[in-house]
Every structure is written in C-alpha cells, then in structure tokens.
Design a protein around this ligand. Sequence first.
Ligand code: NAD
Ligand code: DAU
Length: 343
Amino acid sequence: MAEAPDLKRGRFLVPGGAGFIGSNFVRMIRKRFPDSRVTVLDKLTYAGNLANLESLSGDPGYRFIKGDICDAKAVTAAMEGCDLVVNFAAETHVDRSIEKAHEFVLTDTFGVYVLLEEARRAGVRRFLQVSTDEVYGEILGEAANEESPLLARNPYAASKIGGERLAYSYFATYGVPTIVTRGSNNYGPFQHPEKLIPLFVTNALQELPMPVYGTGKNTRDWIHVDDHCAAMLAILAAKDVEGETFNIGAGNEKSVLEITALILDRLKKPQSLIRHVTDRPGHDRRYAIDMSKLAKRTGFQPSVAFERGIAATIDWYVENRSWWESVRSGEYRHYYERMYGAR
Ligand code: NAD
Ligand code: DAU
C-alpha cells in the first residue's frame, strides 16, 4: 500500500465542484491548504452554479473548467497535473430521477467510468468517489454498515451503485487507488432549493406551502456539509484506505415533520404552511448508517451539533436571499410546476 498523500500540496481535481457539497469542499481545501491547487471540472447543469465559488475568484490556487465528465477529452485536459481526484459530479435529486433517469445513468455511472479510465492512464495518487447512503435502500432495522447489502430502490441510488462499484472494480482489477464514501443527507449553505431543507426554508420565507410527502414521518440522518467535507479530507489523509468504503454520517436522525417544525419555529411562521401532498413513489422510509469504521480508521468525529447547524443554515438562507432568488428563477419554475403543480 502507498503512503498517504500530502494534502497540503495536493493537486486536486474536483468534478462537480460547482454544486452544493463540491463548492463547500473546494472552499475548505483552499482555506486549509494554501499551497494546494484545485481544478473544478463542472458541466454547469441546472444544479451547478458559479456563484457558489464566487469567493474564490482571483485565487491563483483555483481554476474552473466547464466540461462534462462523460466527455473523455474534457476529462483528459482537466486531469493533467492533478494527483488527487474527488468526484462529486452527479445528477443528485431523487424526484428528478423518478421523472427521468437517463442523465442519472449517464453521469452517475458512465461518467464515473470515464473519470476512472483517465485516472488509470494518468496514474493518480488517490481517487475518491463520493457516493451516498441511499445505496443501502431503506433501513428499517439496525443501521447499515459498509458490509450491508446494496438494495437501492430509486434510479438515482441505483446509478450511484454503478459508479461506486466501477470505482472499486478499478482498484481490484487495475490497482487504481480508489476510495468510496457513502454520505448521509447533507445540509448547509449553497444547497439547491429542490432539496428538503432549502426548499422548505425558502418557501416559508415567501409564505408558500411546505409540501410534505405523505405522512412526513420518513427519517434521514442529517450531517452538516462541513462535517461531510472534513470527513472526506480525514479519509484522504489516512494510510491504507485504497479499495475501502466509508460511511459518513452524524447520527442526527430526524423526520421530515421534525425538520419542518424547526424551520417554522426559527422563521416564526405558522403551522398552516404545512401541506401534506402525494407521496414520492417508492419513498424510502428511513436511512441510518453506522459510522464506527470512519471513527476507528481516521479518528474523525463530526463537530457540528445539529441544533446549531440547522439554525445557522436557516439564517444563511435568510441572509442570502439574492442567491436563492436567482436559483429559483428560470428552469426551477418549470421544475416546480411539474413537480408540485398538481400534487
Ligand atoms: P448538486 O446537485 O448540488 O451538484 C452536482 C454538481 O455536479 C453540479 O455542479 C453539476 O453541474 C455537476 N454535474 C452534473 N452532471 C455533470 C457532468 N456530467 N459532468 C460534470 N459535472 C456535472 O449535488 P450535491 O448535493 O452537492 O452532491 C454532490 C455529490 O455528493 C453527488 O455525487 C451526490 O451523489 C453525493 N451525495 C450527496 C448528498 C446530499 O445530501 N446532497 C449526500 C451524500 C452523497
Ligand atoms: O441520503 C443521501 C441523499 O440525500 C443524497 O444522496 C441525495 O443526493 C440527496 O438528494 C438526499 O436524498 P433525499 O431523497 O433523502 O433528499 P430530499 O431532500 O429530496 O428529501 C429528504 C426527505 O424529505 C425525504 O424523506 C423526502 C422528503 N421531502 C422532500 C422534498 C423535496 C418532502 O417531504 N417534500 C419535498 O418537497
């Protein structure tokens, strides 16, 4: 096994770095490791947003390339000179995958293959494939550990299994130093308002209904995006993790109704904004993951208490109205009408 890389002088390629988690990750690298270099490769789909990276404009350690991970030429050019690949690029919204899975299969599975082929040719030091706890499917009993079966139940999660198994196969077959992480539900600044928390906060701020799917008793394990990013860095800095998979969660299991109540309370908005609507088809009732491997192998522990993190997140959307108003214009309006218009 190779020595752990020196992240301080890492040459990072971050596909999908203009999205929610990717942009938080890129900012964290540049802040923690001033001698690092980061290249973001992003297709700028509806979810990619250069405003998420605005604070880095003029930073000589950062460059942006617009491109598709399914395009081998674009990937070859972007990977030049990089030794650490952390792949966030994906179609990520479950409801959109239910509407049409085509782009999910392309980006989340085929796109990962294109990146892996180039990583193999270029001989990178490490390749971290950012996967999701949704690959386990719904967890009604004991929390899933890394050996639990992969029983994904929606097209997004199934496509993510394709990507992460390809990453592992490139390790087992060709010795490409891949690592897979399975993160739980993230929250924090710069999350697209199609996802539960920013959707409900921004709807409430506009006195629009908060569309709770079905009973609202479905639960997720919430992790602040800073903890998710810090955990990935802890894994990248650890020894002998090639070919390994790590769950990344924070043990904050909350139902949709609990989250909704917290948002209404913080914004001092009325309960009457809650609207129970038709459930998501195949809606996974619960995700729950065991994080003991991550703690044991890296010593990492999440540090953002949920109550503090959610309050700060709600406040961020209150204070950054122009960011989300811009995202909520254009394509979003058509999406919202399709998704919620007749629900
Ligand atoms: P996001 O939707 O906010 O961002 C995705 C980014 O990928 C966007 O910038 C988009 O433009 C880019 N992209 C999409 N297709 C591309 C392509 N073909 N080529 C290049 N770029 C492309 O997503 P996110 O919520 O930040 O999630 C990032 C990663 O983390 C994804 O791989 C996702 O599966 C995983 N993940 C997300 C969560 C979560 O709660 N959000 C939890 C666990 C894992
Ligand atoms: O678990 C990790 C996954 O978390 C990531 O891999 C995905 O990329 C990310 O989108 C997220 O998936 P979820 O489906 O859990 O997230 P979402 O925000 O779409 O939904 C969270 C919960 O809120 C879920 O139970 C469905 C519910 N919900 C969601 C929306 C958008 C509603 O009740 N109403 C809504 O309008």
